[in-house]
Ligand binder design. Structure first.
Ligand code: SAH
Length: 362
């Protein structure tokens, strides 16, 4: 894999520029992180240095497709990486914040049956630069919109399992906080429930939010929906979440994709309420997005509403997450899956890349 522009640390950049005046390092770093400029846009640099940077610091992400929906409030990109793997990034504007959802791996090895990324299997971990560049591009796009917006939040909820690419994810968190200037309190790592990762995260200096994709509150059902539960069962997972809260004093949330007659029954409400109440966790209910490789459908809108109300009656802080970008396949792994079966969505612009580049299959 090539080193790309956001892979370098400031020290790496300094050694690369050995022989140049020292202030060039600051100039370039400010250009990349504060102004979010590409090397060819760094107009304060001499031409020869600019050309060298263009040559030696390629971008990580080549756009393949871009879709805009919700009146411009949701932008979704499909990127191809230098080795032909492809990943997705989604930018979402809300009234009070703008959030980018980033991928941490190309593919995913966790094999949750209802997830489009899980259905396609694992390709590889992303580098720090491949993760950070998704944030930089979204931040720049947010500023350039009308009205101009400031990117405030990052959720590690795109393709991949962040805890299975731990060091790169923490590297990216550190860069997003220290160099892009986002508050750690506005960063959320979402995990399928990898306990050693949660425990390690509790020892990191930065207090990020933790989201756990629970989806079932008894082991029999969770073993089926989220296969990693066989290794990290609910009781141990709940204990690790409790310890995280104690160590970090951050908000914990549970993700729950509502699947008709599978995890939306009255017993699921009671079991989930017991766990969430104890941990004072916020529950995010997401009506399941149907995917080609999974026969079951999402709960009806009425059932979603009742599920949420009953949880609240039982003392749980629960909300239904508005489904953003459903018409552009913005759920995890869906834009890429749509491309692989040759289906383009209506609001999508396909950008100059070959089919080979799109699917990552040679
Ligand atoms: N691997 C991490 C982060 C990526 S998935 C994790 O599991 O948390 C981001 C969220 O989208 C997870 O909660 C995941 O379970 C959910 N998700 C995946 N496929 C979905 C689908 N088809 N419909 C609704 N939510 C889905």
């Amino acid at each position: 894999m090539k080193t790309t522009r956001y892979d370098l640390t400031r020290d790496d950049l300094a050694s690369m520029l050995d022989g140049e005046p020292r202030y060039r390092v600051d100039q370039i770093w400010t250009g990349l992180y504060e102004h979010k400029l590409a090397p060819d846009e760094l107009s304060t640099l001499p031409k020869s240095l600019r050309s060298r940077l263009v040559e030696e610091l390629p971008p990580a992400l080549t756009p393949v497709a871009e879709s805009v929906s919700d009146d411009g409030d949701t932008v979704k990109w499909l990127w191809s990486l230098s080795d032909g793997a492809s990943i997705e990034t989604v930018l979402m504007h809300y009234r009070d914040r703008s959030t980018v959802c980033v991928s941490t791996q190309a593919g995913c090895a966790m094999a949750c049956g209802f997830c489009a990324t899980g259905q396609a299997g694992f390709e590889r971990n992303l580098s720090v630069g491949e993760i950070v560049e998704q944030v930089v591009i979204a931040a720049r796009r947010a500023t350039e919109g009308t009205p101009s917006r400031r990117l405030s939040n990052v959720v590690f909820m795109g393709m991949g399992e962040p805890m299975a690419n731990y060091d790169r994810v923490i590297g990216a968190v550190t860069r997003i906080h220290g160099d892009l200037g986002l508050s750690a309190r506005h960063l959320t790592i979402s995990t399928v429930g990898i306990i050693p990762g949660i425990r390690r995260l509790a020892t990191e200096p930065l207090p990020v939010n933790l989201a756990v994709s629970l989806h079932a509150a008894n082991d029999t059902l969770r073993d089926e929906l989220v296969p990693i539960n066989r290794r990290y069962p609910i009781r141990d997972l709940v204990a690790a979440c409790g310890d995280y809260l104690e160590a970090k004093n951050r908000r914990l949330s549970f993700e729950w994709a509502l699947i008709g007659d599978v995890n939306d029954r009255d017993s699921d409400i009671r079991e989930l309420a017991a766990i969430a109440r104890d941990l004072r966790a916020h529950v995010n209910l997401i009506p399941l997005n149907a995917t080609p490789g999974w026969p079951t459908v999402g709960s009806s809108p009425e059932r979603v509403k009742v599920f949420c109300e009953r949880l609240c009656d039982l003392g749980v802080n629960a909300t239904v997450r508005a489904n953003r970008g459903t018409e552009i396949d913005a759920a995890c792994g869906q834009l890429r899956a749509a491309h692989e079966i040759g289906k383009n969505t209506s609001n999508e612009i396909t950008l100059g890349a070959t089919r080979r580049g799109v699917s990552g299959e040679a």
